[in-house]
Design a protein around this ligand. Structure first.
Ligand code: BDR
Ligand code: CA
Length: 306
């Protein structure tokens, strides 16, 4: 299996991403780092700890990172994910604590110990990743590949121009896209096509405690706070990309992050017309939604929630 390290801010769709990473036979989850985002760092870390025990991977380290953005004032998405961050899902309090130390050190040390072996995935604001590339630029070579959920080439969700993860820390995103690696970018343009609609929720109802205590209550809540035909499971797509890149079509592009705009701060300005420039991203243009759900639901079925 492919080793995967996930930086996240759980968050309902982050919880699905972690469930997929644990259940998918093609993946080996080696660590979770947390960042303030959808809710505070204290809560995203608590949620990661709760999920670790509920989903059943107690030996995978959870390491807390940055509470707030590099420059921007803190925003959250508790109106979407609920004040606790997991919607209406109520998981048991964790027995085990987070690993001591800081997420940025954990990311650098973990990648440096296994160069070329670990896929790095970021599905929250990019604060930890930006600090990690500043601290040790060689992580851009050591990561086997790097995939984010963030941005869009059409419209935003936090503002008309900006997607939440980029809007929450535009300067961090600018650092990450400028770090010299090729970012696999999965944005709203694609994530809004993979919705947990009624038929998908029905397939989750058979999944025992995982369905009844996590997936259904969190996604039904999420469905009420987002205005589509069902909740988009954004972050799970980034993990699915590591498991099976062939689910997606990508176009190389040059991604710049707007950090100064009055109305457009946090916008990913994406140029597909390279004009001789080296692309800094592979930008997802489409996903095979049916195959994505087959992968996701068959992986969920491997998880024994407790
Ligand atoms: C992204 O923002 C967060 O609210 C979600 O967890 C996801 O990472 C979608 O825009
Ligand atoms: Ca997230």
């Amino acid at each position: 299996p492919k080793k995967i390290l996930i930086d996240c801010d759980p968050g309902i769709d982050d919880a699905l991403a972690l469930t997929l990473a644990h259940g998918c036979p093609a993946l080996d989850l080696v660590g979770i780092t947390t960042v303030g985002g959808n809710v505070s760092l204290e809560l995203t870390t608590l949620n990661a700890l709760k999920l670790r025990e509920f989903l059943g991977f107690p030996s995978v380290p959870v390491v807390a990172g940055s509470a707030g953005a590099l420059v921007a004032s803190r925003i959250d998405a508790s109106e979407v994910h609920g004040f606790g961050g997991l919607g209406a899902a109520v998981l048991p309090e964790p027995r085990l604590k987070a690993t001591d130390g800081h997420a940025v050190d954990f990311i650098v040390d973990t990648l440096s110990a296994s160069p070329g072996e670990i896929s790095l995935v970021a599905v929250g604001p990019l604060t930890n990743i930006a600090l990690a590339v500043r601290r040790e630029p060689r992580i851009t070579e050591w990561a086997r590949d790097f995939t984010i959920m963030g941005g869009s080439y059409t419209r935003g969700n936090r503002t008309p121009a900006a997607e939440f993860n980029i809007a929450a820390d535009p300067e961090a995103a600018a650092i990450v896209f400028g770090a010299g690696w090729t970012v696999n970018q999965i944005g709203l343009d694609v994530s809004l096509t993979a919705l947990a609609n009624g038929p998908i929720l029905d397939r989750m109802r058979d999944l025992g405690r995982l369905g009844g205590e996590l997936l259904i209550p969190s996604l039904e809540f999420y469905g009420m706070t987002t205005a589509h035909d069902g909740p988009a499971v954004h972050d799970a797509l980034a993990v699915a990309h590591v498991a099976d890149p062939s689910l997606f079509e990508f176009t190389p592009g040059v991604v710049d992050v707007e950090t100064a705009g009055r109305f457009t701060s946090g916008m990913t300005v994406i140029d597909f017309n390279l004009r001789g420039r080296v692309p800094n991203a592979n930008v997802a243009r489409s996903i095979d939604v049916d195959r994505f759900w087959d992968l996701t639901l068959s992986s969920f079925a491997q998880v024994e929630a407790r």
